[in-house]
Design a protein around this ligand. Structure first.
Ligand SMILES: *Cc1c(COP(=O)(O)O)cnc(C)c1O
Ligand code: SF4
Length: 349
């Protein structure tokens, strides 16, 4: 049986390999991937049914990445919000700690496209030690989000080393791992890895699925193994034009996630990341999708639709507006569009 390392080695990362596989003639891809790398491992590759489908769009570069008229390299101002390299401290009580520059696939819409998978993202034992030391010196940090890149592309021993050192810091109450591996390389979730992760509870994992076709027997098995280790699983989906920007696809994705024991957490409005403008929808599209879901399907399946404020201003929820008027009574529309009234209590503030 092929190991996850074999599957990863067996990745398409040049136009020649891509054209040979799909019988296409893309010539400009090598110029794009000199800036923004491509990696389509053999597992994700076989999920792509046709050139141009929703999975292809997430994985295969297009020229628009190099001709983005609108967006900027670091829209969330992460570099300025990093007191030490690869650690973003934006909110008072939690930090984002980048511990890997590798991913099982390089998503074309990645918010950290400026550096993920390139040597611009230098992660060494020194940067990891400096990050741990910063967390030790800042006891207000009660939650650490491990991200990258993908933390689960590190070898088991390195994952264990980082988790154990984090757990030795008493002020760190919660560890959260952001990983796309359950979707893009589910065979990375091995019994050995799971046995390590479960030693460091409370540990949460937020994974990242964008399309119902990404939910397969393999990805279900990976999520099942993690959930059986007591790890609560959330999902951070990105709203992507031409991939999942329709009520039908989103509904199918969210309901399937619940079936594989993953609770939808965020649906993100696309960030203003250079090279991703062609994926951006209007916020109205996302709000309309949310309105089509809320009340119609299980509340468990409903993520928070969120916009991450440009300049590192933080995430805000974008919610459909159900309220018609406020006053002595709150007048609102329900999910079916019926008008309802709730009399206020009179002790108003
Ligand atoms: C998104 C993010 C977080 C986590 O935010 P939650 O709302 O708790 O999921 C933390 N730090 C940074 C820098 C972030 O971008
Ligand atoms: S897995 Fe996440 S970090 Fe890696 S390329 Fe995709 S979106 Fe970016």
């Amino acid at each position: 049986m092929k190991t996850w390392q074999d599957i990863l080695k067996d990745s398409i990362n040049s136009s020649a390999a891509l054209n040979a596989y799909f019988n296409t003639q893309h010539t400009s891809i090598d110029t794009i991937i000199a800036t923004y790398p491509m990696r389509i491992n053999s597992y994700y590759l076989q999920l792509i049914q046709n050139a141009g489908d929703a999975l292809w769009k997430q994985a295969v570069p297009v020229e628009a990445e190099l001709n983005d008229p609108v967006c900027i390299e670091d829209p969330l101002d992460e570099e300025n919000l990093s007191p030490v390299p690869n650690l973003v401290h934006k909110y008072p009580d939690r930090v984002l700690f980048l511990i890997s520059n590798q991913c099982a696939m390089y998503c074309r819409f990645c918010t950290r496209k400026r550096k993920v998978g390139t040597d611009k993202m230098a992660i060494t034992s020194q940067t990891i030690n400096a990050g741990l030391e910063y967390i030790r010196q800042h006891p207000q940090v009660r939650e650490v989000l491990l991200s990258g890149g993908d933390p689960l592309l590190l070898p088991d021993s390195q994952i264990e080393s980082i988790l154990s050192r984090l757990r030795a810091i008493p002020s760190v109450k919660v560890i959260r791992i952001g990983t796309r591996v359950p979707c893009t390389l589910p065979m990375r979730v091995t019994p050995e890895l799971t046995a390590i992760l479960k030693k460091y509870h409370p540990l949460y994992i937020n994974t990242h699925f964008n399309h119902p076709a990404e939910i397969t027997p393999e990805s279900s098995a990976a999520c099942m193994m993690l959930a059986n280790a007591g790890i609560p699983l959330g999902c951070q989906t990105v709203l992507l034009k031409g991939v999942n920007d329709s009520p039908e696809i989103m509904r199918k994705l969210l309901l399937k996630l619940l079936e594989i024991r993953v609770k939808p957490y965020y649906l993100f409005q696309t960030d203003l990341t250079a090279g991703t403008n062609h994926f951006r929808t209007s916020t109205a599209t996302g709000i309309a999708i949310m309105r089509s879901l809320i009340g119609h399907i299980s509340g468990l399946a409903i993520p928070t639709f969120a916009l991450d404020g440009p300049g590192g201003k933080g995430k805000i929820p974008l919610t459909p507006d159900y309220i018609l008027t406020r006053g002595d009574s709150l007048v609102f529309q329900n999910y079916r569009g019926e008008t309802c009234t709730y009399p206020e209590s009179g002790d108003g503030i």
